[in-house]
Write a protein that binds this ligand. Structure first.
Ligand code: ACO
Length: 320
């Protein structure tokens, strides 16, 4: 049986960290105490006006390719998960492909907001297992700062920019063991960016709107359920998983999910304190941090899980 296995991981964060006090200094009516107590976020990175998702994706991809020891020419699939693409089209995946100097690989974007990376990874795994593709670059890249209402203190303090990438390739050994993806469009109203381009103008409200408490409740339930579903389909108990990497939205969501699943926080990778919520980039950013600092090692079982606008949610269980 053909498996798909992560061969290398990389990530990139733009500029210097922006602390909560820096946001106060920029005129946002908030405090470090409020942000830390409600979300666990202490700082985030914000891209400058000249930096787009494809720039972050390119930098993260170079690091993942280097970690895997792989030449971009050998990629036959490029998938970018993003809700903040450079343009309406072409896709970030095609822009990235052009910059990597790869020609001919299948390349497309996936839009599942904060679940985007688990969606993209699952899609890449299915391409590889189907046999037509052997080596994929899977990226989560976001400049969420572009779609925030900086006058809305209840949302703008929660997000950040960044990118993470993995090289996924065909392997005789696991690899991805199981995955589960879900969506329920009836929850579209609790988290959205309800604007669009029409006739050369932006119509609607092109910034993020969120019912924070409704999102909180939905996220904890969905993350706990999908983690259990994914483990069950691989035939293992959550207790056998070495590391949980939940979407990094809010430390209280992460802690509540870990509690429901019986995970001690010493088995949970947390980067939300220094990255904020980077949407589709959050999981590969956290994975890369934990691989590079030596916590996640080859052969360990890692459970990735995300939840986001749509609503979408999903999980991937893998042996690293
Ligand atoms: N600084 C200071 N005060 C603030 C701020 C701020 N940045 N934002 C809101 N407040 C005030 C409000 O005005 C309100 O004041 P009032 O009581 O005088 O009216 C008070 O704080 C409480 O506001 P609530 O919205 O009730 O605060 P809550 O405790 O619900 O926390 C939060 C808000 C952090 C958004 C919470 O609901 C939450 O964590 N939700 C999850 C949302 C999330 O993580 N989303 C990420 C995107 S979705 C995803 O990735 C899955």
């Amino acid at each position: 049986m053909m498996f798909a296995r992560i061969a290398g991981v990389g990530s990139y964060l733009p500029g210097q960290p922006v602390s909560n006090d820096d946001l106060v200094a920029r005129g946002i009516d908030t405090s470090d105490e409020w942000i830390v107590s409600r979300s666990g976020i202490r700082s985030r990175h914000l891209a400058d006006a000249m930096t787009a998702s494809s720039d972050l994706a390119f930098a993260a991809s170079q690091r993942a390719l280097e970690a895997a020891g792989v030449d971009p020419d050998t990629l036959d699939l490029i998938i970018v998960a993003t809700s903040t693409p450079d343009y309406v089209f072409p896709s970030v995946a095609c822009l990235l492909q052009g910059r990597l100097g790869n020609a001919g690989a299948t390349a497309f974007d996936v839009q599942a907001v904060c679940s985007g990376f688990v969606y993209a990874l699952t899609i890449a795994e299915k391409f590889i297992r189907a046999g037509g593709h052997r080596r994929a670059l899977v990226v989560g890249a976001e400049v969420f700062s572009r779609i925030l209402d900086w006058q809305d203190r209840s949302t703008c303090v929660l997000f950040g920019d960044g990118a993470g990438a993995v090289v996924l390739e065909a392997s005789e050994t696991p690899g991805i063991m199981a995955s589960a993806l879900h969506a329920d469009g009836s929850y579209q109203g609790i988290l959205n960016v309800p604007g669009h381009v029409c006739g050369g103008k932006v119509l609607g409200d092109p910034v993020l709107r969120m019912d924070g408490q409704a999102v909180f409740r939905f996220a904890v339930k969905a993350l706990a359920e999908v983690a259990e579903e994914c483990c069950a389909s691989a035939g293992i108990a959550p207790a056998e998983v070495d590391w949980l990497i939940p979407h990094q939205a809010n430390i209280r969501i992460i802690e509540a999910t870990a509690r429901k699943l019986g995970f001690g926080m010493e088995r949970v990778i947390v980067t939300v304190d220094r990255h904020g919520n980077t949407s589709a980039a959050s999981i590969p950013l956290a994975l890369d941090a934990a691989v590079r600092d030596g916590r996640i090692r080859r052969g360990q079982k890692v459970l990735l899980e995300g939840v986001g606008g749509g609503f979408t949610w999903g999980a991937v269980l893998l042996e690293f």
